[in-house]
Design a protein around this ligand. Structure first.
Ligand SMILES: Nc1ncnc2c1ncn2[C@@H]1O[C@H](COP(=O)(O)OP(=O)(O)OP(=O)(O)O)[C@@H](O)[C@H]1O
Length: 525
């Protein structure tokens, strides 16, 4: 284990301290999630926190926001020791949190969401007028333009996040915690968010930013702390560090930050899609006449801004969403032909199609189940896991343990409830299950969302190995870098249609234009 940096606090800075954590420790059963954390953050700075999956970042922020109580240690806000019993106490101390999974009421307006639960908010006429004026003032002052009467569920995620930030500022937040805020954003939305954070910093707001994206750390933070196995192992001024150093500090070894991939040798199509149309619950054609092939030994990437039909495409192909029209062939066999229903996910699995869903919480995992149960979910009828009419628990545990080792899932406990794994480790549980089944065709959505750099390196390598062993891979990701480094061919989706196809060498700007629906002359050039 790397010894903790002997002098992690404070980074020399003339500004007063906004936050000091002194010897914070927190244990969950056998897991020491935080150990003797010492951290000092100066007012009006952006402090990054990085660390591998399960390093304890979210736990530490939950302690600061009053969700959990530390077992030991002291929190000081503006040099005063405080007790943060719950999130109301945190808000009272000027601490605001922007959650990974937004906590907004979808069918309420922006104004209603901002007012909801705020102290002294009144839904009477004068109260609403005052709140509206205050929201406008905050939006103008911080460069957070928004329509107060827009219904939240109609807004793109970037603006929903803006509502979360405004909500925190409305409650008087002077310290803002953002836990992986760009996971659901497009590159352009992420840039806008960073512009907002820089402006907030200039106004004296203190920001703590948790992210796995080292590029973001380098571009927007002043200082950065690295967590490993519950401890802070280093704190550095951002200007004095690099992506390579941070990655090494995080995982304790050198990490390859780019994908190594030879030229592909694509064979026959294993998945063919013709004129596919899929509607959502509201009857809107989310996938609108889409056609493509994915060949053996090929990775086809679908690039696009979230919400342009990529999710519905994956769901339909994997049997989770009805297909309205179109044809799908899997390994040369027409699915749902001659009026038969499209096969359900279990049948598709038997036919050699695996699916890593984008939404691991709702589709990929049953959170109250143990790791071992989730490790074979959907595959538990496999003869390897049956003993007569019963499940062979020993075989299931053995399989789970092998995957835990191969994917470095932490903590390495097959008996732990899946809900108690960190987000990135939950993702690895789904990936291990679907990828190790040796499917002919793999549909994979957002494979590295919330996953640390060491695990990204591993997952990317596995995807390339699968391609090289002749699998057909359809990859959906909002990370353009991920698509560009993995895919052999790139299809761009916009408003339910494939609006362009490019080779792996396509430039970011060119793809960005297509993603924004600019299919005119500039995009063609
Ligand atoms: N409520 C809980 N009960 C039991 N264990 C927990 C609980 N919450 C977190 N843990 C454990 O504490 C450790 C730290 O988890 P935490 O979510 O803080 O990690 P993280 O650094 O935020 O990870 P990620 O990057 O994957 O989100 C993990 O081993 C996790 O399994």
């Amino acid at each position: 284990m790397t010894p903790a940096d002997p002098s992690p606090v404070p980074i020399a800075d003339a500004r007063p301290l906004a936050i000091e954590l002194v010897g914070i420790s927190k244990r969950f059963g056998a897991v020491q999630a935080n150990r003797d954390i010492r951290l000092a953050v100066s007012q009006g700075t952006i402090h990054g926190i990085v660390g591998e999956n399960g390093a304890g970042k979210s736990t530490l922020m939950s302690i600061l926001y009053g969700f959990y109580q530390a077992d030991e240690g002291e929190i000081r806000i503006a040099n005063k020791p405080v007790r943060i019993a719950d999130s109301n106490a945190a808000i009272g101390l000027g601490i605001g949190m922007v959650h990974q999974h937004f906590m907004l009421v979808p069918n309420f307006t922006v104004l209603e969401n901002v007012m909801l639960g705020a102290e002294g908010a009144s839904l009477l006429g004068s109260g609403i007028r005052r709140a509206r004026a205050e929201l406008k003032r905050l939006a103008d002052e911080h460069g957070l333009a928004i329509d107060p009467d827009a219904v939240v569920e109609d807004l793109p995620v970037g603006l929903q996040q803006r509502v979360e930030i405004l909500k925190a500022l409305y409650r008087g937040a002077r310290i803002l915690i953002l836990d992986e805020p760009t996971g659901v954003l497009t590159p352009a939305e992420a840039d806008q968010l960073f512009a907002v954070l820089r402006q907030l910093r200039a106004e004296g707001v203190t920001v703590i930013l948790i992210t796995h994206k080292l590029r973001e750390i380098l571009s927007v933070t002043d200082n950065v702390s690295v967590m490993r196995r519950g401890e802070i192992v280093a704190t550095r001024p951002t200007a004095g560090t690099s992506a390579a150093e941070l990655a090494e500090l995080m995982v304790g070894r050198r990490v390859l930050l780019r994908v190594e991939k030879g030229a592909g040798a694509p064979g026959a199509p294993l998945l063919s899609v013709r004129d596919l149309t899929v509607r959502d619950e509201r009857g809107v054609a989310m996938v609108d006449g889409v056609s493509f092939d994915v060949r053996a030994g090929e990775i086809v990437g679908i690039a696009g801004v979230a919400g342009n039909g990529q999710s519905e495409l994956l769901e339909a192909l994997s049997g989770l969403r009805p297909i309205e029209r179109g044809e799908v062939w899997l390994r040369g066999e027409a699915l749902g032909a001659g009026g038969a229903a499209y096969p359900d996910p279990a049948v598709l699995r038997d036919l050699g199609l695996a699916h890593v869903p984008e939404d691991r919480h709702h589709v990929g995992l049953v959170l109250p189940f143990t790791e071992a149960e989730n490790a074979v979910l959907g595959y538990h009828r496999d003869p390897r896991f049956q003993r007569g009419p019963f499940l062979d628990r020993g075989a299931i545990r053995q399989e789970a343990q092998a995957k835990i080792t191969a994917y470095d899932i932490r903590p390495p406990s097959a008996d732990l409830k899946t809900a108690n794994f960190s987000g990135g480790n939950q993702q690895k549980i789904v990936l291990a299950r679907e990828m190790e089944r040796d499917p002919a065709v793999l549909l994979i959505g957002q494979p590295t969302r919330g996953v640390d750099v060491g695990a990204i390196e591993f997952i990317h390598r596995r995807i390339v190995e699968m391609r090289d062993s002749g699998k057909a891979i359809l990859l959906v990701s909002v990370e353009l870098d991920e698509i560009r480094s993995l895919a052999d061919r790139i299809l761009v989706m916009f408003a339910g249609r494939v609006v362009g196809e490019r080779g792996a060498e396509a430039g970011e700007g060119e793809l960005g234009l297509l993603m924004a629906g600019e299919t005119g002359r500039e995009a063609a050039e």
